[in-house]
Design a protein around this ligand. Structure first.
Ligand code: SF4
Length: 230
């Protein structure tokens, strides 16, 4: 396991992230972040909360999230003083059925993710310069192939300050700062997204617990909303 676990070194890394975001703000850049509100998201949210900038924290309430996730997001809004903003998909659920009358997540999860996660975020990219995105290289091969700064769609840039962090660093940062745990992780979930597409712990990478049995590991935010993404 790689990573810096010494508290002083970890804090120095976190300070560098905070300073880098402050530099973007000092340059007059319009900055936002997104979060899935899993426990692993908390170090970045904690760093963002240290900035006196009211940076918008967007998440898409797809209508398929676990109620525990929505409650946890509200709790973090209070605890960390986040400028939390929930987005909603335009398409009503009645328009999200396939020919057999099933929800799209059962037959076309890519399109379901597009309608519910990607599309609501598109206008946000148009309005901002920098998207602070908490992906880590150790989460998937798609993420490992990303650079720290990547062009995104609509003239926005993605900034990935956590790319070089690993799960152990995240664990210790949470521990040092007494950051809470998503209530479903206590029950054995390793990666938590929409309820129909999330299962309990699976062998291998934590993201194997998402879209289990389907040839899919990403919701589109890290594929479609990258410049040149499809
Ligand atoms: S994670 Fe599943 S339910 Fe959520 S938007 Fe994607 S396919 Fe639909």
């Amino acid at each position: 396991m790689t990573g810096i676990l010494d508290k002083k070194d970890l804090e120095a890394k976190a300070d560098a992230v905070v300073e880098r975001i402050q530099t973007y703000l000092d340059e007059g850049k319009k900055v936002f972040t997104t979060s899935s509100f899993q426990s692993q998201s908390l170090p970045l949210l904690h760093m963002i909360s240290r900035l006196d900038a009211d940076i918008p924290v967007y998440y898409t309430n797809t209508g398929f999230l676990f109620p525990d996730t929505v409650r946890f997001a509200d709790q973090l809004k209070q605890d960390l003083g986040l400028n939390l903003i929930a987005l909603r998909p335009d398409a009503p659920k009645i328009k999200q059925l396939d020919a057999a009358g099933r929800f799209l997540y059962a037959s076309d999860p890519d399109y379901c993710c597009y309608l519910n996660k990607v599309k609501p975020l598109e206008p946000i990219l148009m309005e901002h310069d920098i998207w602070i995105n908490g992906i880590r290289a150790d989460q998937s091969s798609v993420r490992a192939a990303m650079a720290e700064v990547e062009p995104a769609n609509y003239g926005c840039s993605r900034f990935h300050p956590m790319l070089g962090w690993d799960s152990k660093m995240v664990y210790y940062y949470r521990k040092y700062h007494d950051l809470p745990e998503h209530p479903l992780e206590v029950q054995g979930y390793l990666s938590i997204g929409c309820e129909p597409c999330t299962s309990k712990a699976r062998e291998g990478n934590e993201r194997n617990a998402r879209w289990f049995g389907m040839n899919k590991t990403e919701c589109g935010l890290n594929t479609t909303l990258v410049a040149g993404g499809n």
